[in-house]
Design a protein around this ligand. Structure first.
Ligand SMILES: Nc1ncnc2c1ncn2[C@@H]1O[C@H](COP(=O)(O)OP(=O)(O)OP(=O)(O)O)[C@@H](O)[C@H]1O
Ligand SMILES: O=C(CO)[C@H](O)[C@H](O)COP(=O)(O)O
Length: 289
């Protein structure tokens, strides 16, 4: 834990919506006058896109699978070191993985490559991480222990796959077959490294569609917020003011003693009502109670 330099991590699978949720956090940081260092988890991939293609082929020849969810394709040790360094000193080295031409052209680089490493500014109030591995724990690494507020962004899996398929084909230049293949290839790492994180989170936001997503591989559009509900589960946070949340969020209800369900259209509002006091608490006291 890092009282002086708090770390907030939003963790979720590929296509879960961690980048999308960043907008809500950025707007809360602006309202609170907080200067946040924003880190994309993909910075800690080990390979460029062409190198990953080779690694996938090699692994396949050896009868194995390698995926972006696991330790072979991501440097968990460096991620843990980075979190520790930020917690201790408030700074660290970061880079970006450029997914699209829009992201890559300003750097005069190709999609699927990394920017050079650079130093975070010295004067940030907190670190905000969004990516695949904010709550990862393995035999050798414990990234989760350095995170002060850990949030899971977890659509149910059909919706996650629809979001990934549509985003990766529309924006990242991949074919449907390639995306489907990556979902299949990633399944073991998904179970070993992605899903266990959601039992370590303080809060999970699980979007559940209210339209038929039974064949995610044929979906043409992503269900909208109004076509979904948000299941929000709390863990290890005392004094969540559920009566206040129920009064403020029209159409919300409790489904378990630690779980509130809100209409999808209220997602941003609910995130703000729930997370803003926690961020304030973190900045004031250095921890979540
Ligand atoms: N709540 C939402 N409602 C509708 N669409 C959403 C929602 N959240 C995410 N999406 C869509 O799903 C796709 C994936 O979202 P996003 O890019 O945020 O995922 P990600 O978790 O950052 O993925 P990756 O780690 O692979 O970059 C995007 O097209 C985004 O617009
Ligand atoms: O979202 C991902 C992991 O979070 C991507 O699968 C990974 O970053 C590789 O990206 P690209 O397909 O653009 O090379």
């Amino acid at each position: 834990m890092s009282a002086k330099h708090p770390i907030i991590a939003v963790t979720g699978s590929s296509g879960a919506g961690t980048s999308t949720s960043t907008d809500v956090f950025q707007s809360m940081f602006a309202q609170l006058g907080v200067k946040a260092a924003v880190l994309e988890g993909d910075s800690f991939h080990r390979y460029t896109r062409p190198e990953m293609d080779v690694a996938i082929r090699r692994a396949r020849e050896q009868g194995r699978h390698i995926s972006y969810f696991g330790p072979e394709a991501n440097d968990f040790e460096l991620l843990e070191q980075f979190f520790k360094e930020y917690g201790d000193t408030g700074t660290g080295q970061f880079r970006r993985y450029l997914h699209t031409f829009d992201e890559a052209v300003p750097f005069n680089q190709m999609p699927g490559t990394f920017t050079p490493w650079q130093q975070l500014p010295e004067d940030t109030n907190l670190l905000f991480y969004e990516g695949l591995h904010g709550g990862v724990v393995t035999e050798d690494q414990n990234v989760a222990q350095h995170v002060d507020l850990l949030v899971g962004m977890v659509p149910i899996v059909n919706l996650e796959w629809i979001q990934k398929l549509i985003r990766d084909t529309a924006e990242r230049g991949h074919s449907r077959e390639a995306v489907t293949d990556s979902i299949v290839r990633s399944m073991e790492d998904y179970i070993n490294y992605i899903t266990p994180q959601f039992s370590r989170t303080h809060i999970n936001f699980q979007r559940v569609p209210t339209v038929d997503t039974s064949n995610p591989f044929s979906a043409k559009i992503i269900p909208t917020l109004d076509e979904s509900m948000m299941v929000i589960r709390f863990r290890g946070i005392k004094n969540v003011d559920f009566p206040y949340l129920l009064a403020m969020i029209d159409g919300s209800f409790m489904s378990r003693r630690n779980t509130i369900v809100v209409p999808g259209g209220k997602m941003g509002f609910a995130m703000e009502l729930i997370l803003r006091p926690l961020i304030e608490q973190l900045l004031e006291t250095g921890k979540i109670r």
